[in-house]
Write a protein that binds this ligand. Structure first.
Ligand code: TXA
Ligand code: MG
Length: 347
C-alpha cells in the first residue's frame, strides 16, 4: 500500500474533551474504516489499525515490513472491550488489570477468535492492553473498535518515542500520524502471559517483575529471554530489534576499557560513538558521546533510550560502544533492548 500523502494531526494531550477534537475524530474514523494511523501511547508510538479487519492489519505489516508470524497487541479503552475478545479473564489477570491499567502492561489471554487471525498470527491467544495516554484513550474511545498496534517504526529499528521518529520511518506509507508529543515511559509494555496458573513474563517492559509479584504473587520469566536455544513464547522476541544502523557493542568494563576500544576503532578510521550516563560523560573521548540521563535514574534512561540510539544514526556513526546497566527494575527492560540492539555482542 502507498499513501502518497501522510496526514499529520497535532494534538495537545493536555486539552479537555480530547475525543471531541476534530483531529481525533478524523483519525478515529480512518481507523474504523480500515486505514492505519500512528498515535502516541505512554510507552512508544503505535501504528494502529482496526483489529477486526484483515485488510487493515495487512496494511500494518506492509508499512512496517514486519514478519507475519509476529502477532500484534490489541489496544482497548475498557475492560468490557477485553471481555468481547477473550474466552475468559482468569482472576490473576483481572488483578493485574485492576492494578496496572491503564498502563504499560500487556496481558496474553485465551482468544475467542473475534479479532482478525492476522492480529494473533493464528495463535489461540490474544494480547491486550489499555494504554495510559489521553490521546490514545480518546482515539480508542472515538474509534470504538479494538485497535491492533505494534510500535510505529520500520521493523527492526528503534521504536519511535516522537511523531518525528514515526514520520522518518513511515512517511508516505501510512494514512496519518497523530502527534501528541514525546512519549513518557520510552520502552514498550511488559508482556505477561496469563493463560496458565502462574503468570509468565514474555517481554520485560515498563512494569517490573517486582511490581507484578507484589500484586499477583510469584511470576515466572520466559526462559527464552535468558538462555539461547529456547523458542520464545512471544514470537516477536526472536527477531533482531531496536537496532540502529551503526554496529553496536555492550561493554561491561568501563570507562577505561571502553575508552581503549574506542581508540582502537578510531585508529582503524571508524567514527565511534559512546553511549554513557551523565555521571560518566567526562571520562570519554570519541566522535559522538551521548547520554540518556543519570545512571541513578533508570526511568529517565528508559525514556530517552530509543531517541538516543536514533541520534547515532543521524550523525553517521559506524560503531556504538554502550555501557551496560544493572538488570534491576526497569533496568531489565533497558538491558533487554540494548542486548537486542547490539545483537548480544557483549565485550
Ligand atoms: O508498549 C507497547 O507494547 C507498544 C505500544 C504501541 O503499545 N507496542 C508494541 O508492539 O511494542 P510490538 O508489536 O512492537 O510488540 C508486541 C509484542 C511482540 O513481542 C509480540 O510477539 C508479542 O507482543 N505478542 C503479541 N501477541 C502475542 C500473543 N498472543 N502471544 C504472545 N506474544 C504476543
Ligand atoms: Mg516493536
Amino acid at each position: 500500500m502507498s499513501n502518497k500523502q501522510t496526514v499529520y494531526w497535532i494534538v495537545d494531550k493536555n486539552k479537555d474533551n480530547l475525543h471531541k477534537c476534530s483531529e481525533i475524530k478524523e483519525a478515529a474514523l480512518w481507523i474504523k474504516q480500515g486505514e492505519v494511523v500512528a498515535f502516541p501511547t505512554e510507552t512508544v508510538y503505535g501504528l494502529g489499525g482496526n483489529a477486526m479487519m484483515d485488510d487493515a492489519i495487512e496494511k500494518i505489516f506492509t508499512a512496517k515490513g514486519r514478519p507475519s508470524d509476529n502477532p500484534l497487541i490489541v489496544h482497548v479503552a475498557s475492560k468490557e472491550q477485553v471481555r468481547m475478545l477473550v474466552l475468559e479473564i482468569p482472576t490473576l489477570a483481572e488483578m493485574l488489570m485492576d492494578a496496572f491499567w491503564p498502563g504499560p502492561l500487556t496481558i496474553v489471554l485465551p482468544s475467542n477468535n473475534s479479532v482478525s487471525q492476522r492480529v494473533t498470527a493464528n495463535l489461540s491467544t490474544v494480547a491486550v492492553r489499555i494504554p495510559d495516554h489521553p490521546v490514545a484513550l480518546a482515539l480508542l474511545e472515538e474509534a470504538n473498535v479494538p485497535v491492533a498496534a505494534p510500535s510505529a517504526n520500520v521493523s527492526g529499528k528503534p521504536s519511535p518515542t516522537t511523531a518525528q521518529h514515526v514520520n522518518h520511518d513511515l512517511n508516505g506509507k501510512i494514512k496519518g500520524i497523530v502527534d501528541g508529543g514525546k512519549t513518557g515511559v520510552g520502552v514498550e509494555s511488559t508482556v505477561v502471559d496469563c493463560t496458565e496458573a502462574i503468570p509468565v513474563i514474555l517481554r520485560p517492559g515498563g512494569i517490573t517483575k517486582e511490581q507484578l509479584e507484589h500484586v499477583a504473587g510469584p511470576v515466572k520469566v520466559d526462559p527464552a529471554l535468558e538462555q539461547e536455544g529456547n523458542t520464545p513464547r512471544s514470537p516477536g522476541v526472536k527477531y533482531t530489534h531496536y537496532a540502529p544502523n551503526a554496529e553496536m557493542y555492550l561493554v561491561t568494563d568501563y570507562p577505561q576499557r571502553l575508552q581503549m576500544i574506542v581508540d582502537t576503532y578510531r585508529q582503524e578510521g571508524k567514527r565511534v560513538g559512546v553511549l554513557t550516563t551523565e555521571e560518566a560523560v567526562s571520562n570519554y573521548e570519541a566522535d559522538l558521546i551521548l547520554t540518556c540521563g543519570f545512571r541513578e535514574d533508570l526511568e529517565t534512561v528508559a525514556s530517552n533510550l530509543y531517541a538516543t540510539l536514533r541520534q547515532f544514526d543521524e550523525h553517521e556513526i559506524d560503531i556504538i560502544l554502550a555501557e551496560t546497566f544493572p538488570k534491576q527494575g526497569v533496568g531489565e527492560a533497558i538491558m533487554n533492548r540494548l542486548e537486542k540492539a547490539a545483537g548480544k555482542k557483549v565485550i
